[in-house]
Structure formats: structure tokens, C-alpha cells
Design a protein around this ligand. Structure first.
Ligand code: NAP
Length: 331
């Protein structure tokens, strides 16, 4: 019998297995206009940690007892809706569930055969790619020749930002944790310089690698790294506040940017970004990125874990930075 994973407690610090409960999916017949979807892959995202709290964000908190919220992709396995024929792939907010019933509203049908792998609909050609593309283009506004710094540069969003910024003619400095990820950012993704924040002093390395300062900072992590970047801003710099993963498991106060006064002298802008504001323009991002993918200038790496019961472990894996590539859960 298909199962769904429900949030039953608000995690304190790192999410625990006991914060979730597996329950059978309600078995019922379809009515006209509905289709049954078997979820094949769920996207595992750092923002999930925020949705589990009482904190209001761009989405309301997940209610206790509700199915864990997640983006995902799946196949239609039974249908009474001609727009969702059996065998079609759909993408949208599926939740962490093996099956669900929908009338199709809010889900898009996509051609999985046109992608290198169906998971790309969650990665470069999905919300991850749209985050990188629109966050960098619309908020970062990079110009050729400018210096762009990207944190969590080996991660899903960060790796896409690094490659887009290179393709758009920028000088790119990636920040990532550990030698293996740093080598990937430089050798595979083409960053000009890389900073290993786990083994190097970020402030000193930013001074060395950005002698003239930073034009664009794509921030995925917040915390100390953001503070180090704030000290090196160039005139009219732009900071894209995309995420703050260093703070997501914090049990006390979130650390704010102590060096924010640098924004004054640099006449700089620091602006929040949420991808859902741009989802209606997804086709534009796909059209711009597809030629880069075809030319080998934009690569995607996917980290697959398996099994609905492994969702809590997969989320811990991601939040601890153990993922190497876009984190997905195969269901
Ligand atoms: N605003 C939006 O609309 C939007 C949409 C999607 C994602 N995001 C944000 O984008 C960021 C990246 O998300 P993603 O899905 O692409 O995940 P990801 O980068 O693939 O994975 C997260 C990475 O963050 C790094 N990390 C973890 N703890 C850290 C710490 N304390 N300090 C520095 N780095 C740390 C780890 O890499 P290392 O091994 O290098 O530490 C880890 O691999 C997240 O902050 C997420 O919330 C925002």
C-alpha cells in the first residue's frame, strides 16, 4: 500500500526521524477530471527546514499532521482526465508521498524524454535552475567582466550560478566546503578561483582573490561568509539574498550581518529573492539555459537517495553539506 510521510513534530535543531510518521495514502476511486500520480522523485531542499517551523515565510508553516511539503515529479498511473494521460510525467508540489490524486491544477506536464534525465526537471530545468537564473540575472544584474562570488558553489543552485556567471563573461569565485567540492567548482564548473571555507580564512582569501572588490555576491549561506563578503564590496555592488543555510538549524537567534554598514559606503544593494515569483517565466529560463547545456557549458550533478522512510536522513545529509549535487529522493 502506498505511503505518505507526515510531519508530526516541529524539529529542534537537526530534524529527527521521530518528527515524521509514515501513514498509508487514502485509497479511493478517481472521479471524472482526476488522475492518480506515482511520485518518482522528490526534491529535497534546505528551505524545508524553515517550512517545518512556526516561522512565517513566503509559504505558511506545514501544519502538524500534514504531508511533508515538497516539489516533485511523477508519472500518471491512472486517469479520468484527458489532459493527464497514463504515462505522462508531471511536476509540481507533490509532497513526500508515493502517490496522490490531482485534478491537474498547479501541475505541469513535461516531456521527460527531452531531458538528460527526468531529475533535471527538478534541477537545471526546474526550480533550482530558475532560482539560479532569475536570482543572478534579475537581482544580481551581472555584467561581463564583473567579479561574482557564489557561496555553496558546489551545491545545486550555486553550481548553476557559477556556470551561468562564467557563460555571461564574469570572473567567478566559488566558495565551498572541502577539497573535493572545491576541485569540482574550479575544474568542472570553471570558476576562476575557489575558497575552501572549511580549511581557509574566507576574509583573507576574498582579499587575495578579489583585489578590486566584489560586484555581485550570490548568497546561499548567510552567517560569517556574508559578513566577510560585506567587507569587500565594490561601489554599487549587488547582494542576492537567496538563502542562509548556515542558520537553518539554529536553535537560538539567527546571526544577522554585523558588517551591514559597508552597504552605505559602497552604495550597495542587498535584496531578497524568492523563486516562486518567477515560476511563470520558467520557459524563458529553459530557453536561455538549453543551448548552454547542449554546448557542455552548463552541467548538472544529482545526488540520489532512495526510499520514503529515508526522507529525514536525506534532509540531514543535505543540511550537513554531505550532498554533492542536487539532492533528490527516489520514491
Ligand atoms: N530563495 C529561493 O527562492 C531559493 C530557492 C532554492 C534554494 N534556495 C536556497 O539556496 C541555497 C542552496 O540550496 P540548494 O537546494 O542548492 O542546496 P545545495 O547548495 O545543493 O546544498 C546545500 C549546501 O549548503 C552548504 N552548507 C551547508 N551548511 C553550510 C554552512 N554552515 N556554511 C556554508 N555552507 C553550508 C553545503 O555545501 P558545502 O559542503 O560546500 O558546505 C551543502 O551542500 C539554500 O540556502 C536554499 O535555501 C533559495
Amino acid at each position: 500500500m502506498p505511503q505518505a510521510l507526515h510531519l508530526v513534530a516541529r524539529p529542534e535543531g537537526e530534524p529527527k526521524d521521530s518528527d515524521f510518521e509514515l501513514r498509508p495514502v487514502e485509497a479511493r476511486e478517481l472521479v471524472d477530471g482526476e488522475a492518480r500520480i506515482a511520485v518518482r522523485y522528490a526534491s529535497v531542499d534546505p528551505a524545508m527546514r524553515i517550512w517545518m517551523t512556526e516561522q512565517k515565510s513566503y509559504w505558511p508553516p506545514i501544519g502538524l499532521g500534514e504531508v511533508m511539503r515538497a516539489g516533485g515529479i511523477g508519472e500518471v498511473i491512472e486517469s479520468k482526465n484527458p489532459k493527464l494521460p497514463v504515462g505522462a510525467w508531471v511536476g509540481g508540489m507533490t509532497g513526500i508521498t508515493e502517490e496522490f490524486i490531482t485534478n491537474g491544477k498547479g501541475y505541469r506536464v513535461f516531456d521527460a524524454r527531452a531531458l538528460p534525465d527526468p531529475t533535471w526537471a527538478l534541477h537545471v530545468f526546474g526550480a533550482t535552475g530558475f532560482t539560479a537564473y532569475f536570482g543572478l540575472k534579475e537581482i544580481g544584474e551581472p555584467k561581463a567582466g564583473e567579479t561574482v562570488v557564489v557561496s555553496a558553489a558546489a551545491g545545486a543552485v550555486g553550481s548553476t550560478v557559477v556556470q551561468l556567471a562564467k557563460a555571461w563573461g564574469c570572473r567567478v569565485i566559488g566558495i565551498a566546503g572541502g577539497a573535493e567540492k572545491c576541485a569540482y567548482v574550479k575544474d568542472e564548473l570553471g570558476a576562476d578561483e575557489v575558497i575552501d571555507y572549511k580549511n581557509e580564512k574566507v576574509g583573507k582569501r576574498l582579499f587575495e582573490t578579489c583585489p578590486d572588490g566584489i560586484d555581485v555576491y550570490f548568497d546561499n549561506v548567510g552567517g560569517e561568509i556574508l559578513d566577510s563578503v560585506l567587507k569587500r564590496l565594490k561601489l554599487r555592488a549587488r547582494i542576492v539574498v537567496c538563502g542562509g543555510i548556515s542558520q537553518y538549524n539554529a536553535t537560538g537567534e539567527v546571526r544577522g550581518p554585523a558588517n551591514y554598514l559597508s552597504l552605505i559606503s559602497a552604495r550597495a544593494r542587498m535584496e531578497g529573492f524568492v523563486v516562486i515569483d518567477y515560476l511563470h517565466r520558467g520557459d524563458e529560463a529553459i530557453a536561455a539555459m538549453a543551448p548552454l547545456v547542449a554546448a557542455g557549458q552548463l552541467k548538472g550533478k544529482v545526488d540520489v537517495m532512495e526510499g520514503i522512510a529515508n526522507f529525514p536522513a536525506t534532509l540531514r545529509h543535505l543540511l550537513a553539506g554531505k550532498n554533492f549535487g542536487k539532492q533528490v529522493l527516489k520514491l
